[in-house]
Design a protein around this ligand. Structure first.
Ligand code: NAP
Length: 252
């Protein structure tokens, strides 16, 4: 059974892994045996150290995930470092908060570009490489509770993450036949930079905490089991599904 979760010999690309959930998932994939290609805007020094401690290799690519041309660069760098790619985790994401009535085009475009447009073209470029290799592949997109709910003052974020849920199904429908599993994880309310503003707002913070059946905010290490499952043979017949890792939030 343990072999089904074994990622030794696999190469995993993860976008935005210098901090937060991306760092937690990169570490989990390395602990399961994968070598990691990390895509970040700044040097992911801490993540590199953590991964090297597991005995796996870490290749850093400095690139901006809001730019389309990054997708080709990432695959070329990964293939030149490790010879192939097996796993893609589309984690990089941003949020902008403002009342819908005042929301600007800039805040709309910036969020949609990173969270949805580049995620799609990154997946497309990865899938072309996997098909060229003639191997299997796993894509895991990072969705959100706002893939299911409307949220407040985050219209572009909700639109992008609702799009991620739909796109995960759409890509699975086309690529399952090529041996590529496309799935997603929808994290609940997790302690990272992304939720700093929410946690700093006493009212919102206690409202949120009071609704989480598990009675606590999630942490990057809560992503470890689900990401390894979706990146491994253990999820071979799982396609187009979004797993909520939310302490029971959606069950309420
Ligand atoms: P985070 O700490 O803000 O991490 C976001 C990551 O994305 C960072 O590594 C960030 O890099 C990277 N990133 C953003 N824009 C980028 C760009 N243009 N190019 C390259 N990298 C970029 O937040 P997080 O909570 O770990 O978020 C990870 C993912 O989980 C996101 O997709 C987020 O929407 C999703 N999520 C989070 C929660 C939560 O409660 N925390 C809940 C649901 C979904 P920099 O450090 O350079 O900005």
């Amino acid at each position: 059974m343990k072999e089904m979760f074994d990622l030794r010999g696999k190469v995993a690309i993860i976008t935005g892994c210098n901090t937060g959930l991306g760092q937690g998932m990169a570490l989990a994939l390395a602990e399961a045996g994968a070598d990691i290609v990390g895509i970040n805007r700044s040097n992911p020094t801490e993540t590199a150290l953590l991964i090297e401690k597991t005995g796996r290799k870490f290749h850093s690519v400095i690139a901006d995930m809001s730019k389309m041309e990054t997708t080709d660069l990432v695959i070329k760098e990964a293939v030149s470092a490790f010879g192939k790619v097996d796993i893609l985790v589309n984690n990089a994401g941003i949020i902008r908060r403002n009342d819908a009535i005042d929301f600007t085009e800039k805040d709309w475009d910036e969020v949609m570009d990173v969270n949805l447009k580049t995620l799609f073209f990154m997946s497309q470029t990865f899938a072309k490489q996997v098909m060229k290799q003639g191997s299997a592949g796993n894509i895991i997109n990072i969705a959100s509770m706002l893939s299911y709910q409307g949220g407040i003052r985050v219209p572009s974020y909700t639109s992008s993450k609702s799009g991620v849920l739909g796109l995960t199904k759409a890509l699975a429908n086309e690529w399952a036949q090529h041996g590529i599993n496309v799935n997603a994880i929808a994290p609940g309310y997790m302690e990272t930079n992304n939720t700093q503003a929410l946690r700093a707002d006493e009212n919102r913070s206690s409202e949120i905490l009071g609704r989480i059946p598990a009675g606590r905010w999630g942490t990057p290490s809560d992503m470890a089991g689900p990401i390894v499952f979706l990146a491994s043979e253990a999820s071979r017949y799982v396609h187009g599904y979004t797993i909520a890792v939310d302490g029971g939030w959606l069950a309420r």
